[in-house]
Design a binder for this molecule. Structure first.
Ligand SMILES: [Mn+2]
Length: 262
């Protein structure tokens, strides 16, 4: 069952006021080819002192449907589900879909025990109200991408895609990935996916939040949007980069800090 056909509804607001330490990660891009990233995530999830972990999309490089878990040869996917279940048993583990893993469905959520978040979702902490998002919906200047996003998030597209055999879905996903990489490689570096500052400010004002935490762009840093509003971009987890990139963003006792995971 695709996520947008889910019952119960995804969570729109989380009360974090009783927690002293909360972690945010995104863009881990787990794949069978990168054992190092899997091991780093497993180590991180088993050892983080956080009271709750928020995974803000693109946990997996690609997800072609929960029914892959019915096939033994999807070993990484099985291992991933097991690891997330262990994480959920240690502390609440929240998941928001990204643009790679938006086909994660109720079956995977049930198996892992993770809690599904809306995009965006409001986090009420003792120090501030924070808005959480994967971030791709705020890349409003990429009109082609937004049209593509609407299409693949529609019930019709998802029902059609998930109705195809797993092998065909695997092939189609590989094709879509290659097209997207080709498009990226043709763009100048400063034209890569970027969030529109005015769209970020609109969202923050609409949800009465002062900080946006998001992933998607793989350019971890803080941006001041106005004297009172800011956004924090999460790191992707990339062992092939030099130097390696991989961080969790931690909010502990009202202070943000970036924790290196490699
Ligand atoms: Mn993304």
């Amino acid at each position: 069952m695709p996520l947008n056909a889910l019952t119960p509804k995804p969570i729109e607001q989380v009360d974090a006021r009783a927690w002293t330490c909360v972690d945010f990660i995104s863009d881990v891009h787990l794949s069978a080819q990168c054992q190092g990233v899997y091991e780093a995530l497993n180590h991180y999830l088993m050892h983080t002192p956080a009271d709750a972990v928020f995974i803000l999309g693109d946990l997996l490089e690609v997800w072609i449907g929960d029914d892959c878990l019915e096939q033994d040869h999807f070993e990484m996917e099985h291992a991933c589900a097991h690891m997330l279940k262990q994480s959920s048993q240690l502390r609440p583990t929240y998941f928001m879909p990204g643009n790679r893993d938006f086909l994660i469905g109720q079956g995977f959520m049930d198996q892992t025990g993770m809690r599904l978040l809306c995009d965006p979702c409001v986090l009420e902490t003792p120090s501030k109200r924070i808005l959480l998002s994967h971030g791709d919906e705020l890349c409003t200047s990429d009109v082609d991408y937004q049209a593509f996003r609407r299409e693949v998030r529609s019930n019709k597209w998802q029902a059609d895609f998930l109705g195809r055999p797993l092998s065909e879905r695997h092939f189609l996903a590989t094709q879509m990935r290659a097209q997207s990489q080709l498009k990226q490689s043709r763009l100048a570096k400063d034209k890569h996916a970027e969030l529109d500052p005015s769209a970020c400010i609109d969202w923050l004002e609409r949800f009465h939040c002062e900080l946006l935490i998001h992933g998607h762009t793989h350019r971890p840093m803080r941006h001041e949007l106005t004297p009172t509003l800011a956004r924090e971009v999460l790191s992707d987890w990339e062992t092939e980069a030099a130097p390696q990139r991989g961080q969790a963003l931690r909010l502990a006792n009202g202070q943000l800090q970036r924790i290196e995971v490699f």
